[in-house]
Ligand binder design. Structure first.
Ligand SMILES: NC(=O)C1=CN([C@@H]2O[C@H](COP(=O)(O)OP(=O)(O)OC[C@H]3O[C@@H](n4cnc5c(N)ncnc54)[C@H](O)[C@@H]3O)[C@@H](O)[C@H]2O)C=CC1
Ligand SMILES: CC(=O)C(=O)O
Ligand SMILES: [Mg+2]
Length: 634
């Protein structure tokens, strides 16, 4: 039987029989000599015959696949870039048009097809199918056109693709672990699924990205379609963090859906059932985590977009025992803290002196609050109580205060004392004891306003003007995704603050200008966890750390904050452009690894030039030479 066998980065990836894989692992394979005489392509990448499109230093890949089967395997397919020798050796000549094209030409062609489509969701569909056809070309295109494609593969367009998942479905794209199968087969089913019935070995996976689809971005419960957010995050791990895509597993735990639209949609592809809850749900997730951790003991398990009743709870449960990371909590907290550190530097103020109003005290909101609070304690010398007192959290019933019932775990600690709010006069007809965002801003005159509420335009003109009247540089961070849910358009916030706001947003926005300074164009940084999780993941993987510890995250925050373009010119953005994520990752992953070493987490060692070491180990979209399995003798 043919199978995909993944090996450590840098060693050959084989499609072969188990026996031969094991032989290869023992290092007993010898590569037969292979002609390297090649005729070069012209400078535009055209020519015939063309050969040398493979990476110079990477070893070849071996495969028993031939002819059409090889062109249908996305990990190995090169399309028109198969070399003359490969066309001979793999019986490809009649399956390919005559002309040879290098990767850069293929990228041009693919880009023209991509941008020839006007609708973002159709652009997404094109990229999805390119990924299914040719993995190297997919990533090479994204890398070459990062600025233009990020908003397609990630927020905002990925949200639309998730909504339309069952209607746009062509091919599966990850692992679908569905509750009915788990109920029937238990942990054994999960183990078989994760290891592809024993074919994927314990050292083949670095990263598991898992969602249960309940809290996708700000759009809520999209059930099995959530697989696309796992795929999107993994794509960024590869693109931005150089994690080998073939060493990642993207997973949706299909625990049902409470989305009536999906339940009533006859094309819905997931398990058409209300979400399981309580013990049933916990058994499913517990069993998944323990099975994944035992199948892949060195892998980091990334949790994405779980519902807010579960996200913090599961992180707290699994963190002590397993190598887990919740991106919405920890990644978002980390990137928000980095942005805030750079914003306070620009404003000439200190982190400990900020008064922070945060609207949307859910998964991300509490993650951000805790991360900033902890930094105030660890780096600014505040007590926990003092640090907590810097926060005013607003949730669906207004300001969180001690007079309220039904506060969720994690919110209580930040509830404002009743004595503080009893003299406030609610500005609206809200019920007694319910204070709006505006009431809070008016009463406390915050220096920072953060949005993770999914309520679009809730940072109204009245709110922004009131805030700006009392602080020189209002720091305004509307972080809800996708773009349609952003709490304020940054151009409006700039206008209403008379050009004084320091801004960053969760989804991409164009630069903003302000009439008071003609010609001035201010970059609005994309404050998204995508800027930091690739480095956190890569740093954990390369250092071979058993855990991604809180102090490794703090090291990442400091490294990221130090890269803020605003430190040199405040108009250049509070954070580096996501377009530069790969360069950012090298620096930030280095900080993560140094911290891992310092605290004794790292099992790996590395040379003094850590940044060079990291760059060398990042997966790159280049074609590697292919060799038929028969040229290998054992
Ligand atoms: N920029 C970034 O890196 C990230 C952004 N986010 C975004 O943050 C938003 C929230 O995500 P999660 O925290 O995962 O969702 P969540 O559902 O856990 O949190 C949303 C919170 O907003 C509250 N809320 C609802 N209506 C409200 C109202 N009218 N006023 C105040 N609060 C209200 C909810 O009760 C809930 O606590 C989403 O749009 C998501 O895309 C999330 C993670 C990372
Ligand atoms: C960015 C992200 O993780 C979210 O919006 O959920
Ligand atoms: Mg998320």
């Amino acid at each position: 039987m043919m199978m995909l066998h993944r090996q450590r980065a840098g060693l050959p990836l084989l499609w072969t029989s188990l026996a031969r894989c094991q032989q290869a692992r023992r290092g007993s394979l010898v590569v037969a000599s292979f002609s390297t005489s090649r005729r070069a392509l012209d400078q535009n990448g055209h020519g015939h015959p063309s050969n040398d499109v493979s990476a110079p230093r990477l070893p070849p890949l071996y495969t028993p696949l031939r002819g059409k089967h090889l062109t249908e395997e996305p990990i190995l397919n090169k399309g028109s870039a198969f070399t003359t020798e490969e066309r001979e050796l793999f019986h490809l000549k009649h399956y390919l048009p005559y002309e040879h094209h290098a990767l850069n030409v293929q990228v041009q062609r693919a880009a023209a097809q991509l941008f020839g489509r006007n609708e973002p969701v159709l652009q997404y569909a094109f990229l999805r199918s390119l990924r299914d056809q040719n993995q190297v070309l997919f990533y090479a295109l994204l890398q070459a056109k990062l600025k233009e494609t990020l908003s397609i593969i990630y927020t905002p367009t990925v949200a639309e693709a998730i909504k339309q998942y069952s209607h746009m479905f062509r091919r599966p794209d990850g692992l679908f672990l569905s509750y009915p199968h788990f109920k029937e087969g238990g942990a054994a089913y999960l183990k078989d699924a994760l290891t592809d019935y024993g074919k994927v070995t314990s050292d083949s996976i670095d990263l598991v990205v898992v969602t249960d689809g309940e809290g996708i971005l700000g759009i809520g419960d999209w059930g099995a379609g959530g697989i696309q957010i796992a795929v999107g995050k993994q794509t960024l791990y590869t693109l931005g963090g150089g994690i080998d895509p073939n060493r990642c597993l993207n997973i949706v735990l299909d625990a049902g859906t409470n989305n009536e639209q999906l339940l009533n949609d006859e094309l819905y592809l997931g398990w058409r059932n209300k979400r399981i809850t309580g013990k049933e749900y916990d058994d499913f997730v517990d069993s998944f985590v323990s099975t994944a951790a035992s199948c892949f003991p060195d892998a980091l398990i990334h949790f994405e977009d779980f519902g807010n009743a579960n996200a913090h709870r599961l992180l707290r449960k699994f963190q002590p025992k397993y190598s887990v990371f919740n991106d919405d909590i920890q990644g978002t907290g980390a990137v928000a803290l980095a942005a805030l550190m750079s914003a306070t530097k620009v404003a000439g103020t200190e982190l400990k002196d900020q008064k922070i109003v945060l609207q949307g005290a859910g998964t991300a909101g509490l993650g951000i609050t805790n991360q900033i609070r902890d930094a105030m304690i660890q780096t600014q010398g505040l007590s926990r109580q003092e640090a907590n007192s810097r926060f005013y959290l607003i949730d669906r019933n207004g300001l969180i205060h001690q007079g309220q019932q039904g506060l969720r775990t994690g919110q209580e600690e930040f509830a404002r004392p009743t004595s503080e709010v009893e003299s406030w006069a609610p500005s609206t007809s809200k019920s007694q004891g319910e204070f709006t965002l505006f009431d809070t801003v008016k009463a406390i005159q915050p220096t920072v306003l953060i949005g993770t509420s999914t309520i679009p335009h809730s940072f109204t003109e009245e709110v922004v003007r009131e805030m700006s009247a009392h602080v020189d540089r209002p720091i305004i961070l509307p972080l809800s995704n996708p773009t349609s849910l952003c709490e304020v358009d940054p151009a409006d916030a700039m206008k209403w603050s008379d050009g004084h706001a320091l801004l960053a947003t969760g989804s991409p926005f164009p630069p903003v200008s302000h009439a008071s300074k003609p010609g001035r164009s201010v970059v609005v940084a994309e404050l998204n966890n995508a800027l930091i999780f690739p480095a956190l993941g890569l740093g954990t993987v390369l250092s071979k750390s058993a855990k991604l510890s809180d102090s490794m995250i703090v090291a990442a925050v400091e490294a990221l904050a130090a890269l803020s373009p605003a430190l040199e010119n405040e108009d250049k953005g509070l954070l580096p452009d996501l377009e530069h994520v790969r360069d950012v990752t090298v620096q930030v992953a280095a900080a993560v690894m140094r911290q891992a070493k310092e605290e004794g987490q790292a099992k790996a060692t590395w040379p003094d030039d850590l940044e060079g070491y990291i760059s060398d180990r990042m997966w790159k979209p280049v074609y590697r030479a292919l060799r038929p399995f028969e040229t290998v003798v054992g």
